[in-house]
Design a protein around this ligand. Sequence first.
Ligand code: CA
Length: 217
Amino acid sequence: MEDDPNIARLVDMYLRRDGYRVYQAADGATGLHRIKQYRPKLVILDIGLPGDVDGIQLCRELRATSDIPIIMLTARDSEIDRIVGLELGADDYVTKPFSPRELVARVRAVLRRIDVGGRTTLQTVLEVGEVEVDVARREVRLRGDLVSITAREFGLLQYFAENMGVVLSRRQLLDGVWGWDWVGDERTVDVHVFQLRRKLGDALTLTTVRGVGYRLD
Ligand code: CA
């Protein structure tokens, strides 16, 4: 559900390309109707929707009657929006401007978590060996101790954690974490990987795949 036609079109295109069937709605009332009609596996919900029902209300309404996975789109990097969204029961959120590829990766990750564990184990803390990636709090803990980490390092670690075992190229990482409109040197990825390794040490089995990129095991 998204009222900005450009964003809606882009998201639609990327999701379809990944094999998903997509139904769109530009306002909450239509969105609710579509959900009842098509019973989707997941809802992408813009927090700022026009009309009587905004994203927050809609999230609350959906949660009252169903446990359908919800990914919120927040207009700005606002702590409040994120926390409200997650407290209302959204499964994840993406901050605008976002990379469509990142959104698709989040969709995949949320659906996979549900496929694997069922609704009850749905979690906002990803476990990577002795490292805990707390998506809701944007915190990383190593053997229970909080690790000081930058927002970008966190984004990178979360992306790796959601794509465990997959070889990710520097370009994919830039698109997914820095955003599709980011311009700069691909080696910036290496610098951040270096920092993650420095901070998390042996606890992180982050392998360099020569000539390609990185893989988290
Ligand atoms: Ca909007």
